[in-house]
Design a protein around this ligand. Structure first.
Ligand code: MLT
Length: 253
């Protein structure tokens, strides 16, 4: 499946993958802010925004990874700098398992290598049922407080709500079930052989403390950037902080 995307800039591609329940707009500040050093491409994963959904059935994170590979081919490049936030990071791990030759460097934002613990897996099913029945917007009240830092500005909260409201309930349900079934990627961290930047919002509330540091410590040579003034949605909450960290990293390659 070929994905729709926004792009800015020229040259080597920085491909950015959003998370759940989001779309390409989580990266809107990185499109403009990094377009002087890369061709920045922010995709919509299948079933939202500019990208179609398959005619029927659910999907897996491997399916998302396959869509990314097809999109990279259609961009006419062999390799990309690959960034993923949260579920986008889980998809990046799936991608790395299948298409390591297409990855020049990695940027892992607000994400983790571990699978869902058992109690979380039950929650995924409930989330999927609610999303299908009532729409993604019905998840806002329970999810958003954990996705933003405690002191996030109202404007960021409103942008996040807009993303949730635009997301078809079936798409959220399929993503939720796909995340439930993702494998443990912890063991592969030690074998990652490309330059890697791990980014966390210092005000992260969804992931357990120490998640980003643990991942950075396990990936040979990885750098860790802890960005103040943001939580799980740090690319929107502190865009300049994220852009500076990514710029330093990419300029050092
Ligand atoms: C995300 O931000 O992509 C998801 O909230 C991650 C998750 O639920 O594990």
């Amino acid at each position: 499946m070929k994905l729709g995307y926004d792009e800015a800039g020229s040259g080597e591609v920085l491909l950015l993958v959003h998370g759940f329940p989001m779309d390409r707009r989580i990266w809107r500040h990185q499109l403009g802010g990094l377009s002087d050093i890369r061709r920045v491409v922010a995709v919509d994963l299948r079933g939202r925004g500019k990208s179609p959904a398959p005619a029927e059935g659910g999907w897996s994170l491997d399916d998302h990874a396959g869509d990314l590979a097809g999109t990279i081919d259609s961009l006419g490049v062999e390799q990309v700098d690959l960034g993923g936030i949260s579920m986008g990071g889980y998809i990046v791990f799936a991608f790395l398992r299948r298409y390591p030759e297409k990855v020049r460097s990695l940027i892992l934002v607000s994400t983790r290598a571990t699978p869902d613990p058992p109690e979380y897996r039950t929650g995924r099913v409930t989330t999927a049922e609610r999303a299908r029945k009532f729409g993604t917007a019905a998840l806002a009240g329970s999810m958003l407080p954990n996705l933003l830092a405690k002191d996030a500005p109202q404007s960021v909260y409103e942008e996040a709500v807009q993303m949730l409201e635009a997301l078809p309930g079936d798409t959220s349900a399929n993503d939720s079930l796909a995340m439930k079934d993702r494998p443990d990627s912890t063991a592969m961290l030690a074998s990652i052989a490309v330059p890697t930047l791990v980014i966390e919002g210092a005000g992260e509330q969804l992931l357990p403390p120490g998640t980003a540091k643990g991942m950075a410590d396990a990936i040979p040579g990885a750098r860790l950037a802890s960005i103040p003034g943001g939580g799980h949605f740090v690319p929107m909450e502190n865009p300049d902080g994220v852009n500076d960290a990514v710029r330093n990293f990419l300029n050092g390659l």
